[in-house]
Design a protein around this ligand. Structure first.
Ligand SMILES: NC(=O)CCC(=O)C(=O)O
Length: 260
């Protein structure tokens, strides 16, 4: 099975969901025109890291965001890994990934587990209590948010559960972009899966963001990468490659889970 994925490597307007919703609508339409079957958005594409104002900006139960992504997906007949959005869940504020299928159904919701203290997430947000695994376009998949990629044990669990594609959505600053590239390649090699990773570009009051959205194949090769300007990054993923590589080096058979 082969699928065309598109990562929307966009700038995000700080603290202005209305502008960002409009821009995402346009980007998604453009991606469909160039043949995308699965579209991936970056982390917090709706508000950026305007955490001080999350209490007024966050979408209650992510209702309006789910409806927006679902309508787009249904109208354009495309699956969307909707990056993450600012969600108000009761009293709690969360950084939440939303995934919709091509019929517009919400198939997955995951709130970021590992909060990134360097960007003050722990002061404003509550960790999720969800698992990252889901099925999209017939593919066993998992979704992670930015800092999550520094926790290999969290991603390994999804590989053991059968994920063949791992989506990563991010607002990863330029100053650590070499970590981003290396960690993504490492997660692909050690889990023998595709990594489809979308990072934003542009800047907010505290950080400049590094782009380098990329697809890494299960051998660790970078299939495509987006540099540091605003664009749609396109790639084909070939699912047979995952089984091929898993049969060449049998890490899932050979691991000694009882030892670690
Ligand atoms: N938004 C994030 O989670 C950023 C993570 C990051 O920059 C890192 O170095 O880790």
């Amino acid at each position: 099975m082969k699928k065309k994925v598109a990562m929307i490597q966009m700038d995000v307007t700080y603290g202005d969901p209305k502008v960002n919703f409009n821009r995402v609508g346009k980007w998604v339409m453009d991606a469909v025109q160039v043949g995308a079957e699965i579209i991936v958005l970056p982390e917090l594409w709706d508000t950026g890291y305007d955490l001080d104002r999350f209490d007024v900006l966050a979408d209650k139960d992510a209702k309006a965001t789910i409806e927006f992504l679902g309508d787009l997906a249904r109208e354009l007949n495309v699956a969307i890994v909707g990056g993450s959005a600012a969600e108000q869940d009761g009293e709690d504020m969360k950084n939440t990934m939303l995934v919709v299928d091509e019929e517009g159904n919400l198939v997955h919701k995951y709130s970021k587990l590992h909060l990134f203290q360097l960007m003050d997430e722990h002061l404003h947000l509550t960790s999720g209590e969800d698992y990252p695994d889901f099925k999209l376009a017939g593919i066993d998949s998992a979704g992670f948010i930015c800092y999550d990629i520094r926790f290999p044990e969290w991603m390994r669990k999804s590989a053991v559960n059968g994920a063949k594609v791992m989506y990563v959505v991010a607002q990863w600053p330029k100053q650590r972009i070499d970590h981003w590239c290396t960690l993504l390649q490492a997660r692909a090699i050690e889990n023998q899966c595709y990594i489809v990773a979308c990072n934003r570009v542009g800047a907010d009051p505290d950080n400049e963001f590094g782009g380098m959205s990329m697809v890494v194949d299960p051998w660790g090769n970078i299939v495509t990468e987006g540099g540091d300007d605003e664009k749609i990054v396109l790639a084909d993923i070939e699912l047979d490659k995952v089984d091929d590589i898993r049969s060449q080096i049998s890490i899932f058979q050979d691991r000694k889970a009882e030892w670690y």
